[in-house]
Design a protein around this ligand. Structure first.
Ligand code: ADP
Ligand code: MG
Length: 242
């Protein structure tokens, strides 16, 4: 079991500004799964992803990452877990504009203390895997959206994470580039990377073996996974047949 949450809750703000965003989210993710998290805007998808990615802490409930209890850990320990286990991919790519593609991919390796020659070798290899060898010296602004996202995926993979968390990774791409990103994710998943993809695109979700649906901060259905609990029974009717 790579991830387990138990009755996870998240509340933002205090007193009259108090906003409950996640409630009773109990989720288990096995190593090697590819799952999509879907739900309307504001349903808590990004909040959940940030907590799973150790970028934010839950307000209540439990979270175990690779067996270690995460809820209540301090910022430093969270950062260490993040660097060791997790790679992030965002809708807006989040590449550093003043660094080349190669330098962007090298950056997490630098933070991890990998020596320069090794950093270079690994980053060149990853860009090659992403079919970007001839773009290594380009800056983000010189790349298409799809190319930028492939650089971001190479960067996410740099420290060989067990888990990739992607928040609407195809949301800013035209459909052709989006499909290429999805094909890439499937290939990574076959190679053993666990993938959690937040999306509101049902085409994207169909590529995942498992679909978890959120509504108002709660899991309303969890279908298709090896450990899925099928048939929470709500939240499906208005999505139509697939
Ligand atoms: P989704 O990704 O499903 O669109 P989010 O997780 O981004 O939803 O947001 C869920 C709710 O939490 C929204 O109402 C949003 O305004 C609120 N929210 C998210 N982050 C914060 C924050 N840092 N402070 C206060 N409210 C937040
Ligand atoms: Mg979001």
């Amino acid at each position: 079991m790579l991830i387990r949450t138990q009755r996870l809750g998240k509340v933002f703000g205090e007193a009259e500004h108090r906003l409950g965003v996640l409630e009773d989210v109990s989720l288990s993710i096995e190593s090697g799964e590819m799952l999509a998290v879907m739900g309307p805007s504001g349903s808590g998808k990004s909040t959940l992803l940030n907590i799973l990615g150790c970028l934010d802490s839950p307000s209540s409930g439990g979270y175990w990452l690779a067996g270690e209890s995460v809820a209540g850990l301090g910022a430093e320990r969270l950062a260490a877990l993040r660097n060791r286990y997790i790679g992030f991919v965002f809708q807006s790519f989040n590449l550093l504009p003043r660094l080349t593609a190669l330098q962007n991919v090298e950056l997490p390796l630098l933070y991890a203390g990998v020596p320069a020659a090794k950093r270079r070798e690994r980053a060149v290899g990853l860009l090659g895997d992403m079919d970007l060898t001839d773009r290594a010296g380009h800056f983000p602004r010189q790349l298409s959206g799809g190319q930028q996202q492939r650089v971001a995926i190479a960067r996410a993979l740099a420290n060989r994470p067990a888990l990739i968390l992607a928040d609407e990774p195809t949301g800013s791409l035209e459909s052709r580039s989006g499909e290429a990103i999805l094909a890439l994710f499937r290939r990574l998943n076959r190679a053993g990377v666990t993938l959690l993809v937040v999306t509101h695109d049902s085409v994207v979700a169909e590529h995942a073996g498992r679909i978890v649906r959120l509504r108002d901060g709660r899991v309303v259905s969890d279908q298709g996974g090896s450990s899925a609990q099928n048939g929470a029974g709500i939240g499906l009717a208005d999505e139509g047949p697939r």
